[in-house]
Design a binder for this molecule. Sequence first.
Ligand SMILES: Nc1ncnc2c1ncn2[C@@H]1O[C@H](COP(=O)(O)OP(=O)(O)OP(=O)(O)O)[C@@H](O)[C@H]1O
Ligand SMILES: [Mg+2]
Length: 303
Amino acid sequence: MCMAYTIETGDLAKSFGKLPVLTGLDLAVEAGSVFALLGPNGAGKTTTVRILSTLLTADAGFARVAGHDVAREPVKVREALSLTGQYAAVDEVLTARENLALMARLRHLCRGPARRRVGELIERFGLQEAADRRVATYSGGMKRRLDLAMSLVSQPQVVVLDEPTTGLDPRSRRDVWDAVAELAASGATVLLTTQYLEEADRLADRIAVIDGGRVVAEGSADELKARLGDETVELFFADTLALEAAEREVGGSAEPQRLCLRVASDGSAEAIRRLLDQVGGVQRLQLHRPSLDDVFLSLTERV
Ligand SMILES: Nc1ncnc2c1ncn2[C@@H]1O[C@H](COP(=O)(O)OP(=O)(O)OP(=O)(O)O)[C@@H](O)[C@H]1O
Ligand SMILES: [Mg+2]
């Protein structure tokens, strides 16, 4: 059996009634990497996550987690994998310490190791001060961090996070990012879903953009950005005559309405200086670097 990938799906398909949700999804996630599934609402992210964590069965195709087929060996898959769902699943009446201890009991840890593990996780997720307070008094970000800690009680090989930062403020989001980075550093394979490009860019080694239930693009953030071409410099002129003269001089593509000439450039000071030496009459300039947002919009555009 090929063990190169910790998570692997092939031609995965799932419909709900007449609605096709996954239409041939192929994924390959390397061991120890962070992989982001990026897609708009309804793209099939949660459906994929539910199939991988054995909560839902696919109609066709295969999915393997840690070398085990999700349909044939669901128990083995559940042992290897921990899931943090799209909505926080902690008990608000209990404290963080009690929630974690409960999870440790469910995972059959003995008392000593359980207490040690709970202490470690409280520290790792920055919950020391709040650990003995009821979760009902926590902020959204603290609940999310506890949620992540809960899924790590048994040190899973594969961690699946469904939209770990949706609804969090920027500071809490950064806290969760740090936690995910720590997770990856500890050797776990992480699959996360997100609608935030910045998040995928920041956390993931590889990104699969999914739309309409299949992968429409896959690669590192840089590879995806490179698909949209290089940076361009936009040069703005006072009038059409100056614009046309510049176009004759250096080429590029002119936009007469905006009195603007777009020229490919690496954006370095040296290249810009050379360009300005060559072209007269530039009033203003602007760099345009394709962002992951541009990539996402161009890939998931509705026609
Ligand atoms: N149990 C179900 N029964 C019927 N339709 C479903 C069911 N689960 C999901 N769907 C539909 O499948 C499609 C994909 O849903 P899914 O939850 O996988 O999307 P998602 O990518 O996670 O979206 P979001 O970003 O909103 O979380 C949606 O149109 C949804 O309404
Ligand atoms: Mg979802």
